[in-house]
Design a binder for this molecule. Structure first.
Ligand SMILES: [Zn+2]
Length: 333
């Protein structure tokens, strides 16, 4: 199941080695991802006896091999040179990002202007500054208000005197809870149409049909902002239209949207789609002006939809089908 979850949701991964919760003082290192309901999924968990580059390199290589060679797009860790070096070696194409919540914890002292840690941190700004990493998918993990709560949810309820076998029990229990939650979310999504203060027509209706409830709420918020924003057409060249879109209620910042009216391809300078995987209100505004009533297919990321796990369902159904057929052949039934 972890491998299957990684195949679907392994584009973003969080790796945390801050747990030393067992009596052998081994470092517990879980690999955690985010599912289509914006909840945690476990990709794997390791124990390390030290934090050397070679150890992390070995671990990442084993992890990569067991996951069929797939590499994450964005990989979040806390600030550690050994982890950073190991990622560069094993996942050279992956964007290494630093978890802001760990940085916040380290930055609680003041008078940091000449502090070596703070200066080193500034040198690494590409790894933590949200404004500098909008070009690659990260599920919006740093810019979302959910990142804080997801951090706390990874915590294991193990203590310093927990043995490895006890830990395995705790780990299994936690996984069971996470998977039960996912099943409940799946059930709710399959059963209900989301309620909205806005009429469920056009693009919003389409969003309610494809997205999970959590993502529908995100989309709805963008849709609402698109209604109150204003746009100016500044250039038309063949099939390309260029707009400036700005909102009145926020900071008044305007963004540049380029729309190809033949292919329905659309890009925005805010790069929300690239970073978070759903369209921003700037794009929604322009699509609306151009009478587009459904979300163009290329802007629906399957990992955020109700059908994110459809391939697993198909596989499961075919296995169940086979075993049922097999059962029918058993003479003593
Ligand atoms: Zn935008």
């Amino acid at each position: 199941m972890m491998k299957e979850d990684y195949d679907i949701f392994g584009d973003v991964m969080v790796f945390d080695t801050t747990y030393r919760t067992n009596k052998y003082n081994l470092i517990c290192a879980p690999f955690v991802g985010i599912n289509h309901h914006w909840k945690n999924v476990m990709f794997g968990c390791a124990f390390l006896s030290d934090e050397k580059v070679e150890s992390f390199q070995w671990l990442f290589e084993v992890f990569k091999k067991s996951m069929g060679g797939k590499c994450p797009v964005s990989f979040f860790t806390y600030q550690d040179q050994a982890i950073s070096n190991a990622i560069e070696k094993v996942f050279p194409e992956t964007r290494h990002r630093l978890c802001l919540w760990h940085l916040h914890q380290n930055a609680v002292n003041y008078k940091l202007e000449n502090h070596p840690w703070f200066n080193r941190l500034y040198g690494l700004k590409e790894k933590w500054c949200t404004a500098l990493s909008k070009d690659l998918f990260s599920a919006g993990i740093l810019s979302s208000q959910r990142s804080e709560s997801s951090n706390h949810a990874i915590g294991f309820s193990a203590k310093k005197n927990t043995s490895l076998t006890d830990f395995f029990g705790i780990f299994k229990e936690m996984l069971k809870n996470w998977r039960n939650k996912e099943q409940k979310d799946e059930f709710q999504c399959s059963r209900s149409i989301p309620e909205s203060a806005l009429p469920l027509t056009g693009m919003l209706k389409h969003a309610s049909e494809v997205y999970t409830l959590t993502l529908f709420r995100d989309f709805e918020a963008e849709f609402l902002k698109s209604i109150s924003s204003s746009s100016t057409l500044i250039l038309v060249e063949d099939r390309m239209m260029v707009y400036n879109v700005s909102s009145h209620d926020n900071d008044g910042l305007s963004h540049r949207v380029i729309f190809d009216c033949l292919s329905n391809l659309i890009t925005c300078s805010c790069k929300k789609f690239e970073e978070c995987g759903f369209l921003c209100y700037h794009c929604l505004r322009v699509l609306h002006i151009n009478s587009i009533v459904s979300i163009p297919e290329s802007y629906i990321k399957k990992r955020w939809t109700k059908f994110a796990k459809s391939e697993i369902w198909d596989k499961f159904n075919s296995t169940v089908g086979r075993s049922e057929k097999f059962r029918d052949c058993i003479p003593w039934r």
